[in-house]
Design a protein around this ligand. Structure first.
Ligand code: KIV
Ligand code: ZN
Length: 511
């Protein structure tokens, strides 16, 4: 019998700390449902004290999710812990994850607390958390740069106070596998009652070693890995869930533990997270990149045709690369549409939402002969993005682009229900469109990123556009999908403007 490795997904919390990746409650719920389907053991749904919106999102996820534990992060103070406790209350299985920094650099400069005060606060936080749940995780932020003796002391104290999982984070991505494995070995040997808790690793990717460090921890006794889909997360990101899970599965000969992840859900989950956050997956990304199973050289192709295992250590279908399965067409009815959405794990909140999505499906089917699962995912994302309370909406777009002529766009938008129109020239049709929108909105935002991805193959495929804007220190991502990439671009630009307009302020847990 293999021991269980607990997969703790923090896409909705640490992943959301990526610039511009902030998600709405509805988007978080869609990702949480997919994570449950993927089989993650713990979903860190957010940081309840960050804002009322974050609190509501965690609570909603706690009500819906049944097969995964729902967790909220909390700094080690009473307000944070009680907010987290209230947020996870509806969960069938709920966890509070409380943390405090333990390295000299953080204690002295950020917290301005003595080591004794830090231990006392950590113990108190765990005790507050235990008033709400028996499942309490404690993290020593910046454990990588913390003194080993001090870690032993604080972990001993929080275990006696009732912590059930001890998380050791490499907050700044500084470690290397040999040292990280050694750190786990020593902690597990030296901390009293270390066998009564689950040891967890949480690695950032600043030196590109988050996955390697996490696996070194597993080889030295960690039985929980904290990770994110596509490696999303603060700065260079966190350890990528898909890489951890596939390394454990593929190298059964090396690891004495296993996960309960349904690996065929990995690619659909990766695509969903990418389309919601606007963070595209690089083609050469392990497991979920478009080229991860593509064989380019003739020698490799010949080898794979003769015997797949000559060049493949995993099967594409085992991680969910069975996409482009034709699903629906122009003549498909409402019931077929609803059934396929259910099979994809997409639950629309109301009959009106289903009707609106079905109307958009029919429009799409008029333009595109074959509708694939990816089209449906994008269509529903687009539907969720165009919520009725949006400040700006695209009403009309006309673009002229001709060889030898300056591209010209005429755009109409509604602002709080009132229609306005503007025209502009640009260096290309997308540039002209953005200029026309800006002529009306005058946002003063700076464009940081513009990217287009095709959702399926073929020239009639939908294009999915991401626009990243920044203004006044805030960064937002907007998305839009359409078979016409100029329309998709306009939708993405307007979606980003709406996010800037909403001005939702939230606290950052580590600031
Ligand atoms: O990186 C980190 O230290 C964290 C903690 C809050 C666990 O994200
Ligand atoms: Zn982190």
């Amino acid at each position: 019998m293999q021991e269980r490795l607990i997969i703790f997904d923090t896409t909705l919390r640490d992943g959301e700390q990526s610039p511009g990746a902030a998600m709405t409650k509805e988007e978080k719920i869609r990702i949480a449902r997919q994570l449950e389907k993927l089989g993650v053991d713990v979903i860190e749904a957010g940081f309840a004290a960050a804002s009322p919106g974050d609190f509501e999102a965690i609570r909603a996820i706690a009500k819906i999710i049944k097969d995964s534990t729902v967790c909220s992060l909390a700094r080690a103070n009473e307000n944070d812990v009680r907010r987290a406790g209230e947020a996870i209350k509806p969960a069938k299985s709920g966890r509070i994850h409380t943390f405090i920094a333990t390295s000299p650099i953080h204690m002295e400069n950020k917290l301005r607390m003595t080591p004794d005060e830090v231990v006392e606060r950590a113990v108190q936080a765990v005790k507050w958390a235990r008033e709400y749940t028996d499942d309490v995780e404690f993290s020593a932020e910046d454990a990588v740069r913390s003194d080993l003796d001090f870690l032993v002391r604080i972990f001993d104290a929080v275990i006696q106070a009732g912590a059930t999982t001890i998380n050791v984070p490499d907050t700044v991505g500084y470690s290397i596998p040999l040292l990280w494995g050694e750190r786990f070995k020593q902690l597990i040997e030296r901390v009293p009652d270390s066998d009564k808790v689950v040891w967890s690793t949480h690695c950032h990717n600043d030196l590109g070693m988050a996955v390697a460090n996490s696996l070194a921890a597993v080889m030295n006794g960690a039985r929980q890995v904290e990770c994110t889909i596509n490696g999303l997360g603060e700065r260079a990101g966190n350890a990528a869930l898909e890489e951890i899970v596939m390394a454990i599965k593929t190298r059964r000969d090396v690891f004495s533990c296993d996960t309960r992840i349904d690996t065929t859900q990995i690619v659909p989950t990766s695509k969903l997270v990418s389309s919601i956050t606007g963070y595209p997956v690089q083609p050469n990304k392990a497991v979920v990149g478009a080229n991860a199973f593509a064989h380019e050289s003739g020698i490799h192709q010949d080898g794979v045709l003769k015997h797949r295992e000559t060049y493949e250590i995993m099967r594409a279908e085992d991680v969910g690369w069975t996409t482009n399965k034709l699903t629906l067409g122009k003549l498909s009815g409402r019931n077929a549409f609803r059934t396929r959405l259910q099979e994809l794990g997409i639950v629309l909140e109301s009959e009106e939402a289903l009707n609106a999505a079905f109307a958009r499906f029919k429009e799409l089917a008029d333009k595109k002969r074959e509708i694939y699962d990816e089209d449906l995912q994008a269509l529903v994302s687009d539907e969720a993005l165009s919520e009725p309370h949006e400040h700006y909406k695209l009403a009309y777009l006309h673009v002229c682009s001709e060889t030898g002529e300056t591209p010209h766009a005429t755009v109409a938008i509604t602002e709080d229900g009132k229609e306005r129109k503007a025209q502009a020239d640009g260096s290309g049709p997308v540039d002209a469109t953005f200029r026309a929108i800006e002529a009306m909105v005058n946002s003063g935002a700076e464009l940081l990123l513009y990217s287009v991805n095709n959702i399926t193959s073929g020239t009639d495929a939908q294009g999915e556009v991401t626009v990243r804007l920044t203004k006044g220190g805030r960064v937002v991502n907007g998305q839009g999908a359409d078979t016409d990439i100029v329309i998709a671009s306009a939708k993405a630009y307007i979606n980003a403007l709406n996010k800037l307009h909403s001005r939702l302020e939230r606290a950052h847990p580590q600031v």
